[in-house]
Write a protein that binds this ligand. Structure first.
Ligand code: ADP
Ligand code: MG
Length: 696
């Protein structure tokens, strides 16, 4: 077997040494393998450098020349300095300008050969000449091998202080040429052939030092055939891990629930509405899972307001009827309190007992939970983390999953329980993506809203249009409806100029002295918060001023108007979640986005899409476009390995294929016995996250 490059420390590579090894460590590079998988973040085509005299204004160009002057200038009457660098390539001069960075002067010496890359501009005073503001630069020394740094498509790497792009490129060149043939490809060859993926050796060497003529656009957006090969591999490792986890749950022993169905019937009969077909279908899938003898792992997706809670409650009733306890976990205390208030009466009517358990709640009914006296425990994460013991937890429901991650089951298992797990989320994302992000779960969608819903009308107002907003409030309250007013912060602060909930409450009390105004935020004590929510639900409060603590789950169908102050500051998913608090009853609801100018282009896009669309799917898509997948999903907290190369949105097709192949392999060979190399790669990929294969 060839030596494993994951075992070769980078320090002993020619041109590295202990000092640079430390710098490389900052970049996450410890071994030769790490380095080979450290990809350029962009490419410059220097195979045919343009002459300065032939540059066109407004386009991004790369030029090479010698430094003829390097000076810090202080423009007359201005209080800033400019570092100006002039280069000559024999055809014309070009000036590079860096504002307020006088220290740049130390970087360059007259006579240096350098490369500059930036947008070509004219001189602002004379309207002629060639300039670049803050161009990317690279100093090429005479001893440099021109076939590495110029005269080719060159890779540009993210570097760290003390290590230049040029040095990094030299190291990479050395590594690629030396070790290219030692990398061993753990991908099954038949999968490579089937999906027309290149072999690892060419992929790595071409990604770092592409042949002349390679399409730089494809290289730059990470979709060249070489990038696709590495992305596929990474996604395949991810999906193999998920497949192994999933396979494990199939052979685990779970609880075969056997309810008589009477309690469930009573529950359904007691509802003031008919279940939608989507709710019935999804519940049947849950029912089938629960009756089976291995643990359920199911994700329920459904836009805000589609009625996920009742479906969960039906499942918990089933569990209770079969003699098991269940837990409903919410991401925030407010939401846990809400769920508790919502289901409390229904549950007690059925003759079951329930309690609330949160981190800050006093009088924790731990004994009643341990004795099994309590059937349904509602709470936050606290209920699986703190020394809470159940007599027989049979079902765990996790609400609004995007705040948690795939690790919950592992936590549950550590408590030596093996309950059925139901995860509910309002983040509408495509199926393969959902399956991947939520780990090894099965997947159901409630793709229908209750029939009596009127889509919320969303209006954009500017901060100076106070009167019409007040009129809106007046009108809704006159009709007997209630109002949410949401602020971005609790208190005013010197650091921001944001309006706050505390001040807002006082202001609205002044404007509407005859109305009942309440305040709700995360710093208010738990029991006061519960009281506040209860009185709002009972209709004893007309206007509830709050922060985003009401973002998820809160359910008061009589509230029909929401005003979001500083709407320009909120993210799209957040706005959609907030807006999901209204439009929950039979009345027409309105959402007023109150925006404070000036705001940027991105904020404008967010506000526009909110006004145009109520469709969570559309909004999630747009949010993804604006923010990019990393931030959108917060995958970092999700307990899944980071993806360094693949991008689950850009590479959705690859993700789909990789998932299919991975699940096929694991189905026929659950322990990957026939694929020892592959097995090792998968374990390395998942190291520190989840142990995939039982050892010993
Ligand atoms: P979400 O899916 O956002 O968690 P909820 O479960 O909070 O939604 O339900 C939103 C509201 O819709 C609640 O007031 C709930 O009682 C009500 N609801 C649920 N299912 C139906 C239905 N089939 N018909 C009418 N109203 C329903
Ligand atoms: Mg909900």
């Amino acid at each position: 077997m060839p030596k494993d490059l994951a075992d070769v420390p980078i320090q002993y590579i020619k041109g590295v040494g202990p000092h640079r090894a430390k710098l490389l460590k900052h970049l996450g590079i410890d071994t030769v393998k790490d380095a080979l998988y450290y990809l350029p973040y962009r490419y410059e085509d220097r195979s045919a450098l343009k002459k300065i005299s032939g540059l066109s204004y407004g386009s991004v160009e790369t030029v090479a020349g010698r430094v003829i002057s390097a000076e810090v200038i202080k423009p007359a009457g201005k209080n800033f300095r400019i570092f100006e660098l002039v280069i000559n390539d024999g055809s014309a001069l070009l000036k590079g300008k860096w504002f307020n960075q006088p220290f740049m002067k130390k970087t360059f010496t007259v006579g240096n050969s350098i490369v500059l890359c930036g947008t070509v501009k004219r001189n602002p005073y004379w309207g002629i000449g060639f300039e670049m503001d803050n161009p990317e630069y690279e100093i090429i020394s005479d001893s440099d091998d021109p076939s590495i740094h110029v005269n080719r498509i060159v890779p540009v790497y993210k570097v760290t202080s003390g290590l230049s792009v040029r040095q990094m490129r030299s190291i990479m060149f050395q590594l690629v040429t030396t070790y290219m043939h030692d990398v061993h490809d753990t991908m099954p060859p038949e999968i490579l052939t089937k999906h027309m993926l290149s072999d690892l050796c060419s992929a790595l060497s071409q990604i770092h030092f592409p042949d002349a003529g390679t399409d730089t656009a494809l290289l730059n957006n990470g979709t060249s055939i070489f990038h696709r090969r590495l992305s596929f591999e990474e996604l395949f490792m991810l999906e193999l891990g998920l497949a192994v986890l999933k396979q494990g749950t199939l052979v685990e022993k779970g609880i075969p629930f056997n309810p008589r169905g009477i309690l469930l019937k009573n529950l359904i009969d007691s509802l003031p509405f008919h279940l939608t077909n989507a709710q019935k279908n999804v519940f049947n899938e849950i029912l089938n899972d629960m009756k089976r003898a291995y643990p359920m792992n199911r994700l329920i997706q459904g836009d805000v307001g589609c009625g996920k809670t009742i479906v969960a409650l039906m499942a918990m009733t089933l569990a209770a009827e079969s003699g098991y306890q269940s837990a409903l976990m919410a991401p925030t205390e407010i939401l846990a309190e809400q769920h508790y208030l919502n289901i409390y009466t229904t549950v007690e009517k059925l003759g079951l007992s329930t309690c609330l358990l949160t981190g800050s709640g006093k009088d924790k009914p731990l004994e009643q939970i341990a004795s099994g006296e309590i059937n349904i425990v509602v709470g936050t994460h606290a209920l699986i983390q703190e020394g809470v013991t159940f007599r027989n937890l049979g079902l765990a429901v996790i609400d609004e999953q995007h705040r948690f991650g795939v690790m919950q089951r592992t936590t549950l298992k550590k408590k030596s329980l093996n309950p059925d797990v139901l995860v509910m989320t309002a983040t509408p994302i495509p199926r393969t993506l959902a399956l991947t992000l939520y780990g090894n779960l099965d997947h159901s969608v409630i793709n229908e809203l209750p029939p009596d819903r009127h889509p919320v009308k969303t209006l954009l107002f500017h901060a100076d249009q106070k009167e019409p907003v007040y009129r809106f409030i007046r009108d809704e309250v006159k009709k007997g409806r209630q109002v949410y007013i949401v602020y971005p912060v609790i208190d005013e602060s010197e650091k921001t100029d944001l309006r706050s909930a505390s001040t807002g409450k006082k202001a609205f009390e002044r404007v509407f002295p005859d109305l009942r105004v309440g305040l709700l935020h995360g710093r208010i004590k738990t029991h006061e918060r519960e009281q506040m929510m209860t009185s709002f639900k009972k209709g004893e409060i007309d206007i509830l001023v709050s922060t985003t603590v009401i973002e998820v789950g809160v359910d008061v169908p009589n509230a029909t108007l929401m005003i979001i102050i500083h709407a320009e500051r909120f993210g799209l998913s957040q706005l959609h979640q907030l807006r999901g608090r209204i439009g929950r009853g039979p009345y027409q609801s309105f959402c007023i986005l109150l925006a404070y100018a000036p705001y940027g282009e991105e904020a404008r896009r967010r506000l526009t899409i909110m006004v145009k669309s109520n469709d969570g799917f559309r909004i999630a898509e747009e949010d993804l476009n604006i923010r990019g997948p990393g931030e959108f999903f917060g995958t970092r907290q999700s307990g899944m390995p980071d993806l360094k190369i693949a991008n689950i949105i850009r590479d959705a097709g690859l993700l789909h294929d990789a998932r299919q192949e991975a699940f096929t392999i694991v189905k026929s060979d659950p322990d990957l016995k026939g694929y020892p190399l592959l097995k090792r790669s998968v374990e390395t990929f998942w190291r520190g996250k989840i142990e995939l294969f039982k050892t010993g």
